[in-house]
Design a binder for this molecule. Structure first.
Ligand code: HEM
Length: 264
């Protein structure tokens, strides 16, 4: 009886949600994902034990609410979801949110956490950073510049890796030229992997206890591993005071796929 009441209440809330969620126009996703001056937030969560103990109908209703919250914020934000469960012991789900105003991201995360689905989210890790124009590429050789313009191979890249990085004080006390020379070495070591590893960089200094959030997609995790091993050999790497902690590994999924997995 108690369970039936809970299912009915969830369905009522769900219907109310669907009625009140306005038909929203999606944000200009391509611009948010490509332009400088955009805030990128990475929010990872685990699901509590109570989640899996609920009836499937209740879980489906709560997942529909999750979909409603995401849809409601798509007008201003570009929201991507990833499944970490099974590949990462840090969290089950990862949201990557791009916004021109960080407070819009905050509102989304507040709505998410305050929803019936969000009540089951625990142990969040949140990093925020900002996309910027390249700082060192202009000083690199024409060859490197040309190679950097070559896009990664088309086709699905199902794996995602997110690595937060903090540099040491020595790094920041070097001149622009000295850092530029080391970044050239970094780029030369990394370029052979740029065909199979897609990357995106976020600057986090001052917004978090980090300096950078590095984001990668690939279908070839073995290439990604060789890339990291190649970068570990260059001088710039020695200035990493924090690398990972945590490193997040998961799969790129649509929201509907995530809902399907979590409904089972
Ligand atoms: C796919 C291969 C990669 C290529 C082609 C590449 C290339 C570059 C380039 C050209 C820059 C300079 C950007 C600028 O001018 O501001 C850069 C910056 C950076 N890269 Fe990579 N990278 C790759 C992979 C990685 C990996 C695997 C990591 C670490 C996990 C990493 C960490 C960084 C960091 C932290 C910066 C910013 C450094 C700073 O501004 O002080 N990169 N990368």
């Amino acid at each position: 009886m108690k369970r039936l009441i809970s299912v009915c209440m969830t369905l009522v809330v769900l219907i109310l949600w669907l009625i009140t969620v306005p038909a929203v126009k999606a944000a200009d996703r391509d611009k948010l994902l490509s332009e400088p001056g955009v805030y990128g937030t990475f929010a990872s969560y685990s699901l509590d034990e109570a989640w899996g103990k609920q009836d499937q109908a209740v879980r489906i209703a709560q997942l529909t609410i999750l979909k409603g919250v995401v849809e409601q914020h798509r007008e201003k934000l570009a929201i991507d979801v990833y499944l970490l469960r099974g590949l990462s012991d840090h969290a089950d789900l990862l949201f990557r949110v791009h916004a021109s105003e960080l407070r819009e991201t905050q509102q989304f995360l507040l709505d998410l956490q305050g929803s019936l689905f969000g009540k089951h989210l625990t142990g969040s890790t949140i990093f925020s950073g900002l996309t910027k124009k390249a700082n060192y590429v202009a000083g690199m050789s024409d060859n490197i510049k040309a190679e950097l313009k070559v896009l990664s191979e088309p086709g699905p890249k199902p794996y995602v890796i997110v690595i937060p990085i903090r540099k040491d004080a020595d790094w920041w006390s070097l001149s622009q030229e000295q850092r530029g020379a080391m970044m050239q070495e970094h780029t030369e070591a990394a370029l052979p992997y740029s065909k199979t590893v897609k990357r995106k960089l976020y600057h986090a200094t001052g917004l978090d206890d980090l300096d950078f959030i590095t984001y990668f997609e690939t279908s070839r995790l073995e290439d990604f591993q060789s890339l990291i091993l190649a970068l570990e050999k260059v001088k710039e790497f020695r200035h990493n005071r924090r690398f990972g902690h945590p490193t997040l590994l998961g799969t790129v999924r649509s929201l509907d796929e995530i809902i399907e997995v979590l409904a089972q």
